[in-house]
Design a protein around this ligand. Structure first.
Ligand code: FES
Length: 489
């Protein structure tokens, strides 16, 4: 294992989030090396890393199940993946024992060398006696050589296993790092990690995802229509949408660092579902064509035009990691033609034209400080997108979602919010009642931010409500200068 571990890899080995690891490093004022840390430091922070009960096997099982349809028929010489995985686990144990023995032998060699040097430095008449003493000590030490698994060796083996089942990819010049698992393309893995890698068709036609492999090996997943020149191929250019990683990779790839860098798109989509999520609210599911995904940042909106010409500007309620399957939260609004079209009962399978994205209410995705999300009504749409992105990139120390509405019917997608709390250690969900006053809400916020040096606060909902909460906060001495607010509904 390399002496230095990137934060992402170290967090994986320790089984914690990047945010949690960054917090520990900061709290204990530990020294990292340009964002990387040593194995010893990791073991110092997490001496009880569970190196045996490994959740990775479960994860690999899931990946295998999901990837199964894509796997080509075995030609018979490879064992079943389940058998392969069991053998890998056995191999891991052998590796741990061998590496432990090697570590002990290394230490013993070093000690013996020091003893022998000291022995020969002594007066000549003592030389024989000293060497005999050294040999006796060495024999004794050899009996004691640690055969049990040591933590460093177990970490080494765990890292090797991780490398076998997932490749780590680092992007230049940003330094962003993510893992590629299963049969994903480099592009799919980057998008799933919440990154904004440049792409267009996702299917090898446009060339927008062209990137340069600086180190590591890739394998083509499919033939593509876009032609890379002989010179580009020689220089290591590939299409990220059509290649997967065989080993850890470093690649030069273009990324949209600011929302303005995203292309303005116009896409004809199909309505897949209109799912009621309350008396007057529904979650609209639309899908883009296979060769055209929407690129957007969490929290942004698009303008949508229906077949009858009615239109509206709606915040996207889904994660940018899936630019094909998009969600929007829509409210029934009497007298509004677009709303009437959506709630007509015959919107499924109709075409909606999307234009965008637009808006600057986006996540500070480079921030590791705790984040608080505050939503009311359809303001839950951009907040849902931000929360899903925050969970995907796993950067923030802690996430707290406050949705006004009370339970169970007042809050939108209450079960989804509760499932985040259930599955994430660093996630808190509160759902104060619909009639919760601004004063009560500010007190709740104060409680949530108690003891925190800084938080990133995102708030979306009706304009009057936003104004009331921010005014009340200022009155009660809360600094709102850095709050990110979005008026919706
Ligand atoms: S995204 Fe179009 S070729 Fe890869």
């Amino acid at each position: 294992m390399a002496k230095l571990l990137s934060l992402s890899r170290a967090a994986r080995l320790a089984g914690v989030s990047r945010g949690e690891l960054q917090k520990r490093i900061r709290e204990e004022d530990l020294k990292t090396f340009e964002g990387e840390l040593t194995v010893s430091l990791l073991l110092q922070l997490y001496p009880h890393i569970d190196l045996e009960a490994d959740p990775m096997l479960e994860k690999v099982r899931r990946i295998r199940t999901e990837a199964k349809p894509k796997i080509h028929q075995s030609d018979g010489w490879m064992p079943d993946p389940e058998v392969l995985m069991t053998r890998l686990r056995e191999f891991q144990h052998v590796l741990v024992q061998t590496k432990s023995a090697l570590n002990s032998s290394d230490a013993l060699l070093q000690e013996t060398l020091e003893d022998l040097n000291a022995a020969v430095d002594a007066p000549e008449d003592q030389l024989h006696r000293n060497v005999v003493a050294c040999i006796a000590k060495l024999e004794k030490a050899m009996q004691r050589v640690e055969r049990a698994e040591d933590a460093r060796a177990a970490l080494f083996a765990k890292d090797i296993m991780l490398k076998i089942v997932s490749a780590s990819i680092r992007l230049l010049p940003s330094g962003h790092e993510f893992f590629l698992e299963g049969n994903d393309s480099i592009l799919e893995a980057g998008l799933k990690a919440g990154l904004y890698i440049d792409y267009g068709c996702s299917s090898g036609n446009c060339g927008a995802c062209k990137c340069k492999v600086v180190s590591g090996a890739v394998r083509k997943l499919r033939n593509h229509d876009f032609v890379l020149s002989a010179r580009e191929q020689e220089e290591g250019y590939i299409l990220a949408c059509s290649n997967t990683a065989i080993s850890d990779l470093v690649i030069e790839a273009r990324e949209a660092d600011v929302e303005e860098a995203l292309p303005h798109q116009k896409i004809r989509t199909i309505v897949r579902k209109m799912e009621p999520v309350g008396d007057n609210l529904a979650l609209l599911h639309v899908q883009t064509p296979r060769t055209q995904s929407l690129r957007f940042k969490a929290g942004q909106s698009v303008s949508i035009t229906a077949e009858n010409g009615s239109s509206a500007e709606l915040c996207i309620a889904s994660c940018p990691c899936d630019g094909r399957n998009l969600q929007f939260l829509v409210a029934r609004s009497p007298g509004d033609r677009f709303s009437a079209t959506l709630f007509s009962g015959s919107i499924v399978k109709q075409t909606l034209v999307l234009e965008g994205p637009a808006g600057g209410f986006v996540l500070r995705d480079d921030s590791s400080t705790p984040a608080i999300f505050l939503a009311k009504g359809v303001g839950f749409a951009p907040i849902k997108s931000l929360v899903e992105q925050a969970i995907t990139i796993d950067n923030a120390e802690a996430l707290h979602l406050i949705q006004i509405g009370g339970n169970p019917r007042g809050s939108v997608l209450d079960n989804l919010c509760r499932s985040w709390t259930d599955s994430l250690d660093n996630f808190v969900y509160s759902a104060p009642a619909e009639d919760c006053s601004s004063g009560e809400l500010v007190e709740l916020l104060k409680q949530a931010t108690k003891g925190l040096h800084r938080v990133d606060l995102y708030m979306a909902g009706p304009q009057e409500w936003l104004a009331s909460v921010t005014d009340e906060s200022r009155l009660r001495g809360v600094d709102t200068a850095d709050w990110h607010c979005q008026a919706v509904g």
